[in-house]
Design a protein around this ligand. Structure first.
Ligand SMILES: NC(=O)c1ccc[n+]([C@@H]2O[C@H](COP(=O)([O-])OP(=O)(O)OC[C@H]3O[C@@H](n4cnc5c(N)ncnc54)[C@H](O)[C@@H]3O)[C@@H](O)[C@H]2O)c1
Length: 396
């Protein structure tokens, strides 16, 4: 099939490469010229895709990156994989989805299957994409992406894929497309069910992470190890699922997607109380970390040199979107400390560069990547561990 993917970020590039490997002719479209130049030169910007793999697909002509929207015409399948962030009031910002739909409306006259993989609330495919494109020539399906960057066990091929379409024809064609590179396809009765399933999955994580974050604070105040309690509870073979506490949540999904569900819930008059409370707890975790670091360092960190180790939002990825490390650093600086950060994967961030761990008085381990030399922390007089990695260290 001739496949076009609108958006060449984490999701779009991953799907583009999977589809190209499956034998489709893939056009990766993005509005960001620097990104398209980089991809066209065979340089991948995401962890799961190597430069060699990308360059190989370009060399065989199965993958082409472009900023030219006219090349979308003639596609059999068009996948939308654009950002769905929150605006300043933490309401859904569908401007990127609308822009992608408008691109299709303007540039694609031949019949295509339009699939939305971007995460959004139920009703997005029907009301925000199909209604905007208006063309009766196209078929429309929703298949929310579930990719977990950095996860080496579960990827595009073996993570079950949900599909909901506006018509049986759309479902059939979407199944035909995804079955070329996905092992398991689950058809649901409507795009709204697929869309809602995706945001409920992430809401489930957000709420459970908030619950263990609150529990970690209770356990600490009671003088018991929250992590040991959670490990003990996880020995129950049924009815319990272990989540780990941490410095907060980050990335494009967990801090964002539940607010899409809360938005539609409010519209239909049902208050999403769990989501609101979970956001409060998770967003307050950097302040809790800073408070514990000050308390654990004798009540003041004024004049001390602190190194925050690992600033991406999770292990083994370079993604700093919504990372709780930002709040931890800012709050420690507000306490009068000189705060540097160390993260070899991230390298540079917020106009600053990764600094060595050596020479710091105190360390806060926020995110632990594989290969981090924990011995480097030995020179610090106090280490606060948000990851549960260092036996005997103070932490969450
Ligand atoms: N990153 C993840 O782990 C993940 C997992 C599952 C689902 N999702 C969802 O997938 C969607 C995309 O996320 P992402 O992480 O790939 O985002 P991203 O920011 O990595 O990439 C999005 C890309 O879309 C491009 N773009 C923006 N507007 C465009 C337009 N009008 N036309 C063409 N390109 C445009 C941007 O330049 C960017 O390169 C979001 O809805 C997100 O919630 C992300």
């Amino acid at each position: 099939m001739r496949v076009s993917i609108i958006g060449q970020g984490y999701v779009g590039l991953t799907i583009a490469v999977s589809a190209a490997r499956a034998g489709h002719t893939v056009l990766g479209f993005d509005v960001k010229e620097s990104l398209i130049a980089q991809l066209s030169a065979g340089k991948s910007h995401i962890e799961g895709i190597s430069d060699v793999a990308l360059a190989g697909l370009i060399a065989t002509g199965t993958y082409v990156a472009s900023t030219d929207p006219s090349v979308l015409e003639g596609s059999d399948v068009i996948v939308i994989a654009v950002p769905t962030p929150l605006d300043k009031q933490r309401n859904p910002d569908l401007s990127f989805v609308h822009a992608a739909a408008d691109l299709i409306a303007t540039n694609v006259k031949s019949a295509a299957l339009v699939i939305n993989e971007s995460t959004s609330y139920p009703g997005t495919l029907r009301k925000e994409i199909a209604a905007r494109i208006t063309s009766m020539a196209h078929l429309y399906a929703s298949s929310p992406e579930r990719v977990d960057p950095g996860n080496t066990q579960w990827g595009t091929n073996n993570t079950p894929r949900l599909i909901g379409g506006l018509t049986p024809g759309a479902v059939a064609k979407a199944k035909e497309f995804y079955s070329t590179f996905c092992d398991s396809i689950i058809e649901v009765s409507s795009p709204e069910v697929a869309e809602a399933a995706k945001i409920f999955e992430n809401t489930f994580r957000q709420v459970n992470i908030a619950l263990v974050n609150e529990f970690a604070q209770i356990a600490h105040a009671l003088g018991i190890s929250g992590r040991e309690v959670l490990d003990a509870a996880a020995t129950k073979p049924y009815g319990f699922m272990e989540f780990n506490p941490g410095p907060g949540v980050g990335g494009h999904c967990i801090p964002v997607d539940p607010s899409y569900l809360a938005h539609v819930a409010n519209e239909v008059g049902v208050p999403a109380t769990f989501i609101k409370r979970a956001n409060e707890v998770n967003l307050a975790m950097p302040a809790y970390v800073a408070k514990r670091v000050v308390a654990g360092s004798g009540g003041s960190i004024k004049g001390k040199i602190v190194v925050v180790v690992g600033v991406s939002y999770k292990s083994n990825v370079a993604d700093t979107r919504e990372t709780p490390a930002a709040g931890v650093i800012d709050l420690l600086r507000a306490q009068g400390a000189t705060v540097n950060w160390h993260d070899d994967l991230v390298g540079s961030w917020r106009g600053e560069s990764s600094a060595p761990i050596e020479g710091a008085d105190l360390a806060v381990l926020v995110t632990k990547h594989d290969g981090l030399d924990l011995a480097a922390l030995k020179g610090c007089s106090y280490v606060f561990d948000c990851t549960g990695t260092i036996a005997g260290a103070d932490g969450i």
